[in-house]
Design a protein around this ligand. Structure first.
Ligand code: DX5
Ligand code: ZN
Length: 215
């Protein structure tokens, strides 16, 4: 069970210090938004490169951008440990996943709430993780979509059938209220933005989430 706090809810004027607050989490989740694939704009590869140099933990880059085929390897080269692209945006997902891995990062594919997983099952041969979105991508602090739990279970089952170690990540509205149902459905990597950075004690919030996920 791994916890990946999202720095989308951190203080953007103090990102180095904000990364230190989550230093005993497994990953720092970095939401890259381009104002096209989603109606919000955050940061790009130069900022990721700067963060990678000072982060105490590896960066998990979630690309909510158009044309990831063109841009995703920049994030691997910038030092991200994991790079996730959206299936809805990718032109050639197999080639893209291979390019991310060749650039030295784990490759991962994300699916929006309205997207079915079944047509993409064969991609499990190419990726290290599947991200099942539990909100519409674009903003932190939205309500958790429990109706995505059957999809989490479906991905987990496909991973089990195929064998090998592929992680199943959930992202959006994950909190002490919702993390247990995600774990029960088969998730093993949990992104939490507001639930961690909104807490006075981020380290305690991470511990509590981890404990609930392990139950
Ligand atoms: C949403 C982002 C999430 C976001 C989660 O588009 O992908 O990573 O930061 O924030 P919370 O945990 O507050 O829903
Ligand atoms: Zn995210």
């Amino acid at each position: 069970m791994q916890i990946a706090p999202s720095i989308l809810s951190a203080d953007f004027a103090n990102l180095q210090a904000e990364l230190q607050r989550i230093s005993h989490a497994d990953w720092a989740h970095v939401d890259v938004m381009d104002g096209h694939f989603v109606p919000n704009l955050t940061l790009g590869a130069p900022v990721v490169e700067a963060l990678a140099k000072v982060s105490p933990i590896p960066l998990d880059c979630h690309l909510m951008i158009d044309d990831p085929d063109r841009w995703a390897t920049d994030y691997a080269e910038a030092g991200a440990g994991s790079v996730t692209f959206h299936i809805e945006a990718a032109h050639d997902p197999v080639r893209l996943a291979r390019a991310i891995r060749a650039a030295g990062a784990r490759a991962s594919v994300a699916i929006k709430p309205g997207t079915e997983f079944a047509p993409y099952e064969e991609l499990l041969d190419e990726v290290d993780m599947v991200l099942v979105m539990t909100v519409e991508p674009g903003f932190g602090g939205q309500s958790f979509m429990a109706d995505q739990m059957p999809k989490v279970a479906q991905v987990r089952e496909a991973v089990r059938r195929r064998g090998g170690e592929i992680w199943v990540q959930v992202d959006g509205g994950v909190s002490t209220e919702t993390i247990e149902q995600c774990a029960r459905a088969g998730a093993d990597v949990f992104v939490a933005g507001s639930a961690v950075y909104g807490a006075d004690d981020a380290a305690a919030a991470i511990d509590r989430l981890r404990e609930l996920a392990q139950n």
